[in-house]
Design a protein around this ligand. Structure first.
Ligand SMILES: Cc1cc2nc3c(=O)[nH]c(=O)nc-3n(C[C@H](O)[C@H](O)[C@H](O)COP(=O)(O)OP(=O)(O)OC[C@H]3O[C@@H](n4cnc5c(N)ncnc54)[C@H](O)[C@@H]3O)c2cc1C
Length: 562
């Protein structure tokens, strides 16, 4: 449900600078940095062409590889599964062009660094049919056996508006929402840090649920239940209730849950294009060079071992038994991979970083898709004149059902169910058909006259990220008390204070990001890693375009004491 969050709702459109994912923990302008004609940096001539291991070919790895290529380095990409990682778009057999987004599927325009790359690589976006979004023909909220049909929030019973207002007031009164968003719009880093650092100190120990329950606006248990169901943007936020409230505040204040857009043709195209596309300008390499061409057209397989070797190198072994040694490496795999799938030297990271890696906490997530003969959901019920099926949020097993119109004369795509955490766990032991049947049962209860099964033309497609060997979770979600771990992992790219034996390896990706579960954060950490590699190899960012490490002291995330 797209509930307006002030000051968007109160400001005159066009008068205010936009809300972007600028900070708040580290308010560095990644969007400006990557779009500057001065480039991200350069390395000494002697270092040009140096091989850098990029471990993981998801979005973060591909951004890092693409930018290292531009700088004149040679990224060698290792990927255990497929390029794209959690930007995975799955085609249906016999229906080319229709893709089910198993991972990332909707992107807020406030992800301005992501949108820079989408533009650079020529990808189009379109409005995503979220609950109550303008592009969504209709929405049904089904709670405790009662269904409500709506186009806007006002069509729903008053309790939903009351919940929306309670959330707004809670944010304003307990999280300084309005001044903080204004400071983000204005890119007033001192003001952002003043407000946000205080929130970090106040709320690092607090869960999302605890934050709500402590607000007088949510004193009613029923209000908390309804809010958990419909959320503040995309629904189903009660599965986030045990997580740190800081995780939620970051999303809300940067409009990460607003005005989502999908990538036309599928999200996976972005990492694929980063792999295949020759940058217009690059140092050292001849025109037409791509990350793919530097890797002879294919990624190296799964990394099985990472070791330190003299003098200060990182030696990588892969599942083909191939051993290669690099002066620097960027590691974008999910943190748990470093504990189980990849044998690692203790010396790769300081002990406190290992603790942070061990403490990483993931949300699980399952999606179930089916292809139907046509977008029959737009058929009107002859009695009520309503759409026969709507985008649906429910407390039944399916939780969130999305209707993805592929256009007239084409099959329709239904994401029968998108679930997180416990709701995903409930499905883990079940196969695709069983999952589909459970979701259809939910929907048949909500829409008794609709024969869903008669429209299905393809076997269901499903994925649970927590059972995937190369992921073991959908995305990180910090628990209360995890801020210190997060601060350590994010800041790791600035290595001046590390012992030499710990330098040269850079963590990046969703796990290291402040906004896990959002592609923007995975990209921002890749940019940090690129800065780290360049610096490690004796290079620097241009003086007119300082990088994240150059301004680190000034903008660094607050460090909490014992
Ligand atoms: C269900 C789901 C929904 C999401 N929805 C959204 C959304 O709507 N909007 C949004 O902005 N973001 C969303 N995200 C988050 C977004 O997908 C991620 O932030 C982003 O894709 C992470 O990229 P990454 O490169 O950091 O990690 P990954 O994509 O996980 O890449 C890491 C890569 O490392 C590989 N790997 C693992 N082990 C090894 C090994 N031993 N050797 C070599 N390679 C290895 C993996 O195969 C993987 O390809 C979603 C994520 C999920 C799971």
């Amino acid at each position: 449900m797209t509930i307006p969050v002030a000051p968007d709702s109160s400001s005159e459109p066009g008068k205010q600078p936009p809300l972007t994912m600028f900070g708040p923990d580290f308010p560095f302008p990644y969007d400006d940095y990557v779009s500057s004609p001065a480039g991200l940096g350069s390395v000494p001539d002697l270092a040009l062409g140096t091989e850098v291991a990029v471990i993981g070919g998801g979005l973060s790895g591909m951004i890092a590889a693409y930018e290292l290529l531009k700088i004149g380095l040679k990224p060698i990409v290792y990927e255990a599964d497929q390029i794209g990682g959690r930007m995975r778009s799955v085609e249906f057999d016999g229906h080319p062009g229709v893709v089910a987004e198993m991972g990332a599927m909707r992107f807020p325009p406030s992800s301005t660094t992501l949108f820079h790359y989408l533009n650079e690589l020529g990808l189009q976006t379109e409005e995503f049919p979220n609950p109550l979004a303008e592009v969504t023909p209709s929405t049904v909220i089904d709670l405790k056996g009662e269904s409500h049909y709506a186009h806007t929030l006002e069509d729903l019973p008053p309790i939903y508006t009351e919940v929306a207002q309670a959330w707004q007031r809670t944010l304003e009164e307990h999280a300084d929402l309005i001044p903080l968003q204004q400071a983000i719009r204005d890119r007033d880093t001192a003001e952002i840090k003043r407000i946000w650092n205080d929130l970090v100190v106040r709320y690092d120990d607090q869960t999302f649920y605890g934050f709500l329950a402590a607000s007088k606006h949510f004193k009613s248990f029923h209000m908390r239940e309804v809010f958990g169901q419909v959320g503040f943007g995309t629904g189903g936020w009660d599965t986030d209730y045990p997580n740190s409230i800081l995780e939620i505040l970051r999303v809300v204040i940067t409009a990460a849950d607003d005005d989502h857009r999908g990538i036309v043709g599928g999200s996976q195209q972005l990492p694929m294009r980063l792999w295949n596309r020759a940058p217009a300008q690059m140092a050292h390499w001849p025109a037409g060079t791509t990350v793919a061409s530097l890797n002879d057209g294919k990624t190296r397989p799964r990394v099985t071992e990472l070791r330190r070797t003299e003098p200060g190198n990182i030696t990588v072994t892969d599942s083909d038994g191939f051993i290669r040694t690099y002066a620097s490496a960027v590691v974008t795999v999910q943190s748990w991979m470093l504990l189980n799938n990849i044998r690692c030297d203790d010396d790769l990271f300081p002990i406190d970083h290992w603790t942070a890696i061990e403490r990483t906490h993931y949300m699980g997530s399952t999606k179930v898709f089916v292809l139907v003969d046509r977008p029959f959901w737009k058929d009107k019920d002859p009695e009520t004149g309503r759409d026969s099926v709507s985008m649906t949020l429910t407390d039944r097993m399916s939780r969130g059902t999305y209707l993805l119109d592929q256009g007239e004369g084409k099959p329709g795509l239904i994401c029968l169910s998108y679930t997180w955490s416990d709701d995903s766990l409930k499905l883990l032991a079940l196969d695709a058909t069983e999952r589909m049947n459970i979701m259809l049962r939910s929907l048949e209860e909500i829409y008794p006259g609709v024969d869903f099964r008669s429209h299905i033309i393809s076997s269901p497609v499903t994925l649970s990220w927590e059972t995937e060997r190369d992921f073991m979770g959908a995305f990180k979600a910090n628990l209360p008390g995890h801020y210190r771990y997060q601060e350590r992992l994010f800041s790791h790219f600035v290595q001046n204070d590390l012992e030499p034996r710990h330098r040269g390896i850079f963590l990046a990706g969703d796990d290291v990001s402040w906004t896990a579960g959002w592609a923007e954060g995975a990209i921002q950490t890749a940019i940090n890693a690129v800065w780290g590699v360049v610096n490690h190899l004796g290079g620097a960012a241009p003086t007119e375009n300082p990088g994240p490490g150059d301004v680190f002291e000034e903008l660094a995330p607050i460090r909490l004491g014992d």
